[in-house]
Ligand binder design. Structure first.
Ligand code: GLA
Length: 621
């Protein structure tokens, strides 16, 4: 008898769609707003040393950028000498970091972090989830790479997580760690690296070209272990966990559950195409970013190449777009060389304020095309920010409509240009002319279309797709594909980042207009069936939505039941609805609920579940 009772209870606990009453996106660490600062890599690569790092820190302080929020000074790859044997203690390349040399012959970054802390900064360090770092594997000149025996050159975290995190945080006093993943990519037994005896083979492995050949759950567990060590060795919670898995291993779906910021793409470069690639890798993921867990489209390249002082239009676009994405604003420039116009880009307080807005709502695409995009972000004040982005090298005309802002077309909309401060007012729609690669960026206020509440798609920072319904991760085809590391060798650049079919604000999971039974919705949450959304309720009384199976569904075999929970208790439930049925109105009194959960369930699971719609999903007073 006891056994018969125990089985259903165990099953219920394992049901990922069962309500939990709890918000699961990562909220530990120090990233209530996106981290801001400076990192050595884009400016110096492995040629970093203490003098260069401190010089940039000093400029950031002296120019007032620190006071505007640039707080983290991060050391990237190139700092280590070896892993001492047999105790495994990491040794710093003291020739480049003189303050690290201790009288007893050991090395410590404590003097450097003390110095940075004394200047009012936080300090960041770099490691790898495998045994070897990216520059160890890919550096062409070998500059400043770890030295010694095979074991001494194994400077990454693998097998040393607790030891290294204790050293970096408890002993050395760092506040942030960026954890790369080259050490678990490509080191197969038959690779040239392993066959030559240069590095050891390792598993699990990431195959950046193939989700099917990547052990996603094992990779995730390696990163989760680092997160647990960070929490253990930072009892005050003063840490930032920065994942650098470049969009591989489906990380765009799961990093929000275990770290503070996570790279959504391969490395940015100072070219327009690589910036587009980074931007696209994050722009369709607003529901996967929240206070405490941000999409990271990579560090800023403002100052170099296509974004240098001779290309200020492009530099300003890059900066404005990162702010709209709530991206970490990490400068990657040798600040000793920054001319005033570049300092003015980094220092635009109004644009920084968008990035750092406490509501943490990543911008949502209000208009999407390959040429021009309009991004809208809802601020904590209830006002909007809007960016109109010309992706092309030719001038373009655009019209911004009040509807795109979810503001009433029959009332005034007031815009403030965040570069010039110029104000203008319009009703209905406003024409703009954009130069090549130009981004116009404004704050906007008017009469909200939903006067007594908020559409869920206006507050993605408070909506977590805890279970997004994806059974088989697929690569997203909408990310711009520039030429990458291999140049034009091989067969070209193919879609590589999992996440296609993920939950979307104001779109279906596959980027179409939400529609149910022929009725189209310009607002709502699009998600796959067999999903569970967590929604934070900031004091609203009522939840309502028009739900159904999306018209883009292809499987169509399963009826879908929609359920609304408040703090774990069932509040409302639809009848089972089928493809083609008209939308069903679902409403619930959520007055006493802090956490609302929205579940869409089918009787049988499918490998490729149908898209469903929470049309016009809203919280109202
Ligand atoms: C990878 C990362 C970069 C940088 C280098 C260092 O390429 O994506 O951001 O950290 O490694 O080697």
């Amino acid at each position: 008898m006891a056994l018969l009772v125990a089985i259903p209870a165990a099953r219920a606990a394992a049901d990922p769609l069962a309500p939990t009453g709890r918000w699961h996106a990562y909220a530990r660490g120090e990233a209530a707003t996106p981290p801001m600062g400076w990192n050595s890599w884009n400016a110096f690569g492995s040629g970093i040393d203490e003098e260069k790092l401190l010089a940039s820190a000093q400029v950031i302080r002296a120019t007032g950028l620190q006071a505007k929020g640039y707080r983290y000074i991060d050391l990237d790859d190139g700092w280590w000498l070896k892993r001492r044997q047999p105790d495994g203690q990491i040794v710093i390349r003291a020739a480049n970091f003189p303050s690290a040399a201790m009288p007893d012959g050991s090395t410590s970054f404590r003097p450097l972090t003390d110095r940075l802390h004394g200047m009012g900064f936080k300090a960041g360090i770099y490691s790898d989830i495998g045994r070897n770092s990216c520059a160890e594997l890919y550096s062409t000149d070998g500059l400043n790479q770890p030295e010694g025996s095979l074991a001494e050159r194994e400077v990454g975290l693998y097998g040393h997580v607790d030891q290294d995190i204790a050293l970096y945080f408890a002993d050395w006093g760092f506040d942030l760690i960026k954890v790369d993943a080259c050490g678990i990519r490509g080191l197969t037994p038959d690779s040239a690296w392993v066959k030559s005896g240069k590095f050891r083979a390792i598993a699990p492995l990431v195959d950046s070209d193939s989700l099917g050949r990547t052990n996603i759950s094992a990779v995730r567990e390696l990163y989760a272990e680092v997160g647990r060590a960070l929490e253990k060795h930072n009892p005050d919670g003063d840490f930032v966990f920065s994942l650098c898995l470049w969009g591989a291993a489906d990380v765009r779906a799961w990093a929000k559950d275990l770290g503070n910021m996570s790279r959504t793409s391969d490395d940015i470069a100072p070219t327009w195409g690589r910036m587009l690639h980074s931007f696209d890798s994050a722009v369709r993921r607003p529901l996967y970013a929240h206070p405490g867990s941000w999409n990271d489209p990579d560090m800023l390249y403002v100052g170099a190449g296509d974004f240098d002082a001779d290309h200020l239009v492009a530099a300003k676009s890059h900066f404005a777009l990162w702010a709209m994405l709530n991206a970490p604003l990490i400068i990657g420039f040798d600040m000793r060389k920054a001319p005033q116009p570049l300092l003015d880009v980094f220092g635009n307080a109004a644009i920084i304020a968008l990035d750092q807005d406490p509501a943490g709502n990543q911008a949502v695409l209000a208009f999407d095309s390959d040429d021009l995009q309009i991004l809208v972000k809802t601020l904590a004040s209830g006002d909007k920010a809007v960016a109109i982005f010309n992706r092309t090298a030719a001038p373009l005309d655009a019209r911004l409509t009040a509807e795109q802002l979810k503001l009433r077309p029959d009332a005034d909309v007031a815009l403030t240009d965040l570069w010039s401060g110029r104000r203008l007012t319009f009703r209905g729609e406003q024409p703009f002319h954009l130069g090549p690669r130009e981004t116009l960026i404004f704050t906007a206020s008017g009469s909200r279309r939903l006067a007594d509440g908020v559409y869920l798609s206006e507050q993605p920072g408070s909506v977590n797709p805890a279970v997004d319904g994806i059974v088989v991760p697929q690569a997203e085809p909408l990310v711009y594909r520039p030429i990458f590391w291999a140049g034009t060798h091989g067969t070209g650049e193919h879609p590589r980042y999992g996440g296609w079919g993920g939950a979307q604000a104001d779109q279906t999971p596959y980027g179409q207009t939400i529609a149910v039974g022929g009725q189209r919705f310009d607002t709502g949450i699009g998600i796959l069936a067999n999903s569970r959304l967590e929604v934070r309720n900031a004091g609203y009384d009522r939840f309502s939505a028009l739900v159904g199976v999306d018209d883009s569904a292809r499987d169509r075999s399963q009826p879908v039941t929609f359920l609304v929970y408040g703090d774990g208790k069932l509040l409302a439930k639809s009848r089972p609805v089928r493809f083609g049925d008209a939308p069903v109105r679902l409403a619930a009194d959520v007055r006493s609920a802090k956490l609302i959960e929205l579940v869409a369930r089918t009787p049988k699971s499918r490998r490729f579940p149908d898209p469903v719609a929470w049309g016009e999903a809203a919280l109202r007073r």
